[in-house]
Design a protein around this ligand. Structure first.
Ligand SMILES: Cc1cc2nc3c(=O)[nH]c(=O)nc-3n(C[C@H](O)[C@H](O)[C@H](O)COP(=O)(O)OP(=O)(O)OC[C@H]3O[C@@H](n4cnc5c(N)ncnc54)[C@H](O)[C@@H]3O)c2cc1C
Length: 382
């Protein structure tokens, strides 16, 4: 049996961020940390790949430059209802919304972690996690590992979350597809679009259209997101909207996905275990999970370093620490927005929100929804 101090299950953004932050603040611990990944990078990941500046900033503070990963910079993100609404324009390139192709981003992150000496074992699915008084056993086919602490960075269907006996309160649902640009689309090719009209059709959420580059070719990523797990008609709505842009949904491969929604009472920690990223729950409003996953990794690494310093692996104060962090505050604001905006399916209310509250939306996006990584940094250094 191999022994480690920390085992991280999952080498997506949350797992790699946890490992990289651990290395930054506690290099000794990082050298006794193992990341177990069931797939092999570059692995498929149906995700629209939109990364807000907070994610880019967290990576920059780790000494990683996202410019190394192929991406498209959308300087304008449009939030609209029935084709009309607010255009949020980034003040400079550093504040742009970047769109990546996830298999490339995640493979790059894992490669960077490896170059820094972190151990990642791929093709190693974790099947079971057993908690004992003196440690944790992590079971994979043909091998059992022992550690003091396990981190569940294993995504929406987390095995670690199940092992700590926690269920997720709510999941969001998505459909996604990649298509070539259409000359019949009225959308600007360099901008990102969030269209909220589906709220009045029983699907609280939005249809998105992002520019992206795949294998050097300009493409569009389209999809639909809803916070209501049982909402019907997502496919029909997406088909109708895309038809207005010259696409026939049936001509493309459609991917489905779920996104665990953050809730203050959600599963974050247990004795000898922390959950990060999707395993813990991410932004319920947009389903934004990449930057939050990176942020979770930072908090988890700090909590693990503290736990080893104190010899106390109960992680009792972790929920409070998370909820009071800038990441936690941002997630709570987005939860409030989810409960407010998606609650009112009346077209009149939605028009009021998207057509008449432009400055409020711009202010909320800038001060409540983004900038949290930077604010957290200010708080840590003060
Ligand atoms: C359709 C769709 C579109 C999205 N679009 C966006 C977007 O535009 N922007 C955004 O910010 N977020 C988006 N998200 C959310 C985002 O993809 C996730 O929140 C993000 O990937 C979370 O990162 P993670 O590291 O927690 O999990 P993941 O990225 O899912 O990584 C988990 C890793 O764990 C591995 N794993 C799983 N089980 C095991 C196991 N038993 N043993 C070992 N390894 C295991 C997996 O192979 C995977 O590599 C989208 C999600 C979906 C479904």
């Amino acid at each position: 049996m191999e022994h480690y101090d920390v085992i991280i299950v999952g080498a997506g953004p949350a797992g790699i961020s946890t490992a990289l932050h651990l290395q930054q603040i506690a290099p000794d611990l990082a050298s006794r940390t193992l990341v177990l990944e069931k797939a092999r990078h570059p692995r498929p990941k149906p995700c629209a790949g939109g990364v807000l500046p907070d994610g880019v900033n967290i990576l920059r503070d780790l000494g990683l430059n996202c410019d190394e990963v192929p991406h498209v910079k959308a300087m304008v993100a449009n939030f609209q209802f029935e084709g009309r609404g607010v255009a949020a324009t980034a003040r400079d390139e550093n504040l742009a919304f970047i769109v990546v192709y996830r298999p490339e981003l995640d493979a790059w992150l894992a490669q960077k972690a490896r170059e820094r000496g972190l151990s990642i074992r791929e093709d190693t699915p974790v099947q079971q996690v057993l908690f004992g008084k003196d440690g944790v056993e992590v079971v994979t086919p043909g091998h059992t590992y022992r550690a003091q602490v396990v981190v569940g960075a294993d995504g929406a269907h987390s095995v670690v979350r199940r092992a700590v006996g926690r269920v997720h309160p709510r999941f969001a649902r998505t459909l996604l597809l990649w298509v070539p640009p259409s000359s019949r689309s009225p959308y600007r090719p360099d901008q990102a679009y969030f269209e909220f009209s589906c709220i009045t059709k029983g699907v609280p959420g939005y249809v998105w259209d992002f520019p992206v580059e795949i294998d050097g070719r300009p493409m569009r990523c389209w999809g639909i997101y809803t916070v209501n797990q049982s909402a019907g008609g997502m496919r029909d709505i997406l088909r109708d909207v895309m038809a207005q842009h010259g696409y026939r949904l049936e001509d493309y491969r459609l991917y489905g996905g779920i996104i665990p929604q953050f809730a203050p009472e959600g599963p974050f920690a247990a004795s000898r275990a922390l959950l990060v990223g999707d395993a813990a729950g991410v932004d319920p409003f947009y389903g934004e999970g990449i930057a939050p996953a990176l942020g979770y990794g930072q908090l988890a690494a700090a909590a693990i370093a503290d736990a080893f310093a104190r010899g106390d692996f109960s992680f009792q104060g972790y929920r409070h620490r998370l909820l009071e962090s800038e990441l936690g505050k941002m997630l709570r604001w987005r939860l409030l927005a989810t409960r407010t905006v998606y609650r009112f399916p009346l077209p009149g209310v939605q028009r009021l929100i998207w057509w008449r509250s432009g400055s409020l939306i711009n202010w909320a996006v800038e001060h409540l929804f983004t900038g949290w990584a930077q604010r957290g940094k200010g708080r840590r250094s003060s």
